[in-house]
Each structure stands twice: as structure tokens, then as C-alpha cells.
Ligand binder design. Structure first.
Ligand code: GRG
Length: 334
């Protein structure tokens, strides 16, 4: 699964690609170890999503950020494992919250077993990530604890906003800054910290990660409306169905010409069946997707400006490619 990210990245040269692939293999081995328990059942539940795939986007960002310092520092592998384990834990909990049936193309943990197993396994993984963080020092423990609090805060805000067409664009942008961009920014910051990059570079990495994380989530939101079921591995329009009104939907809702019609359609709560089809058609047929793509472009340009300020080398090259890739995947200009 990591290969997909490498393709998206178009790693600058074959030697660097081999190095990253080898460190990602180390991350895989360490991940497998990190989620083990003395109980076979706990190990099975905690390994379930590790083995189900995933892009390993956050470990990749830790490792790439390491090229702005000493990329061979072994703490980069442990840091990568800590952020991926946190990411995995949020997925276990998110699937309970959303009552999701599938994750990464397999039955979700809550449907394979039940909510109790999914919640407790998520908690187990958070604790495992904290243990790894503590081996990496107080600064890492603090960074990851703060990031987990921001993730929860973002998810709570999303829950409060769910099914509310009156949610503002600003409120939505704050939700995704917290629930998605914060962990991506922390991954980049951690890569700088674990490779002893300068404090200026570490701050710039955090800003870069925030811009990239915003573009990542906004492009995901657009693809939920524009891609096929085969591409998404889930039904298009799932966000709207769950009452998560993403940027294109909010833009359409606030459109002075056609917003009232969509607001009326959503007034009865998150839509399903005919009502969902009509809502999706309305969002897809006016200028909302174009405005959402312009917002992706804005974050992609910010990410590229920041990446352009990094020293010439594999991180800068890969970050520029990655920002372009996020724009291209949802049809936005870079
Ligand atoms: C900390 C107790 C506690 C709970 C966390 C549930 C929750 C609170 C936060 C959810 C945050 C969340 C699921 C945000 C969405 C992040 C996101 C874009 C996930 C998809 O990431 P990908 O595309 O997935 O990188 P893969 O499967 O490739 O790893």
C-alpha cells in the first residue's frame, strides 16, 4: 500500500526511493510489534486495521521531514510508528461514531466484532502510542498528547455540527484543521524534531503540514462527491448521508440563488434515497465544487511556498510533488 504514496510522490531519485521504502519496511515491522499483546485476541483486534492496509501517509511525512535533518536517525522510525498508531486508534473510534460497516475495504472492527471491542482497542492503541512517545522524550509526549486533544476537540465539533445546514464555512475549516490537519502537521514537526532539524525548519514543517493537511481533507471531501464507488471503496455522497456537510455542500447551502432550495431539502435531517440523490445533484451542478477546488489550490500553493523555502533535497522535491498530487486528484489547480 505504501507504493501508492510513493507513486503520488514520484520520489526524486531511485536511491532516495529505496531508502524510504527500506525505512517504511522498518516502520511496518515496528508497527506490528507495537500493537502486540499477551492475549491473542487483543493482538488480533489491534492488528486488524494495521493489516488491512492504509496509505501510511503520516509515517511517510515523518520520514521525508527527516531529510531536513539527519534522515538516518532511528527515532524517525519510532516517531512514524507513534503517529500511525494514533491515526489507527482514531479510525477505530471514528467507525464506532459513524456506525461504519467498512474500513480500508474490509468490515470495520465494530461490525467484525462490536463497539466495545472497537472502543477498547482504540484506547489500547492510544496507550501504546503514549508508551512509544515517552521513550522519545517529554517534548514528543507533549506534542502527541496535545495533538490527540485537538483531534478529539475537532471530532466533538464535527458531532455538534452534524446535520446542521447553518454551519458556517469558518466553523467547518476549524473542524478539519483539528480533526485532520493537526496530526499531519504533527507528523511533519515530529520528523524535524527526530532528525534534529533547526527550530526554524521545525516551525516551517508544522505550517507546511497544516497546509498539506487542509488540502488533503478538502480534496477528500470533493472526491466523496465526484468519484465512483469503485474509486472510493464506499458509496459516493457518504458524508452528506451522515450529515457531515463538507465545504462544497456548505458553499452550495450559502449560495444566494439556490441555497434556499438545498436548505429546504436538508431541513428534514441528513438525506437518504431520493432526497440524497437530489441533494448531491444540486451540489454537483452549481459552482460549489469549483469554489471548493479554489480553496484546495489556496492551501496547495501555501504548502508549495513553504516547501520551496526548504533546502534543496529529497524532502523539498517530494513535498512539492505531493502538494501537486493532492491538487490533481480532485481536479484543482496547483
Ligand atoms: C483521541 C479518543 C480519541 C478519539 C479521536 C474519532 C476521533 C477522536 C477523531 C477522528 C479523526 C478522524 C477520523 C479524522 C479523519 C482523518 C482522515 C482524513 C482519515 C483518513 O486518512 P487516510 O486517507 O486513511 O490517510 P488510510 O486508511 O490511508 O490510513
Amino acid at each position: 500500500m505504501t507504493r501508492a504514496v510513493l507513486q503520488g510522490l514520484a520520489a526524486p531519485d531511485a536511491a532516495v526511493e529505496r531508502e524510504i521504502a527500506s525505512r517504511l519496511n522498518d516502520v511496518e515491522a515496528a508497527l506490528e510489534k507495537a500493537v502486540r499483546s499477551d492475549s491473542d485476541f487483543v493482538t488480533e483486534a489491534a492488528s486488524y486495521l494495521v493489516n488491512a492496509g492504509g496509505k501510511r501517509f503520516r509515517p511517510m511525512l515523518v520520514l521525508l521531514s527527516g531529510y531536513l535533518g539527519d534522515p538516518t536517525d532511528p527515532r524517525l522510525v519510532q516517531g512514524s510508528v507513534a503517529v500511525e498508531v494514533i491515526h489507527l486508534a482514531t479510525l477505530y473510534h471514528d467507525d464506532v461514531i459513524d456506525e461504519a460497516e467498512f474500513r480500508r475495504g474490509l468490515p470495520s472492527v465494530n461490525s467484525r466484532w462490536d463497539n466495545t471491542v472497537a472502543i477498547l482497542t482504540g484506547d489500547f492503541l492510544f496507550a501504546k502510542a503514549s508508551e512509544i512517545a515517552s521513550d522519545l522524550g517529554t517534548d514528543v509526549t507533549k506534542l502527541l498528547a496535545r495533538t490527540i486533544a485537538i483531534l478529539c476537540d475537532g471530532q466533538i465539533r464535527e458531532t455538534e455540527a452534524a446535520g446542521r445546514p447553518e454551519t458556517t464555512v469558518d466553523a467547518y475549516m476549524e473542524i478539519i484543521r483539528r480533526k485532520t490537519a493537526a496530526l499531519i502537521a504533527a507528523s511533519c514537526r515530529l520528523g524535524g524534531m527526530m532528525s534534529d532539524a533547526s527550530s526554524e525548519v521545525i516551525e516551517a514543517l508544522d505550517d507546511f503540514g497544516t497546509a498539506l493537511g487542509m488540502a488533503f481533507q478538502l480534496s477528500d471531501d470533493i472526491m466523496d462527491l465526484t468519484s465512483s464507488e469503485a474509486e472510493l471503496k464506499k458509496i459516493p455522497g457518504q458524508d452528506v448521508k451522515e450529515g457531515v456537510y463538507t465545504l462544497p455542500v456548505l458553499v452550495a447551502l450559502h449560495d444566494p440563488r439556490r441555497g434556499a432550495e438545498l436548505r429546504e431539502l436538508l431541513a428534514g435531517g441528513p438525506p437518504d434515497g431520493e432526497r440524497l440523490a437530489r441533494a448531491l445533484e444540486m451540489v454537483r451542478s452549481d459552482g460549489a465544487l469549483g469554489l471548493a477546488r479554489a480553496e484546495v489550490s489556496r492551501h496547495v500553493r501555501r504548502a508549495k511556498d513553504l516547501a520551496g523555502g526548504f533546502a534543496d533535497g529529497p524532502a523539498r522535491e517530494a513535498f512539492l510533488h505531493l502538494a501537486d498530487f493532492l491538487a490533481a486528484r480532485c481536479g484543482a489547480l496547483a
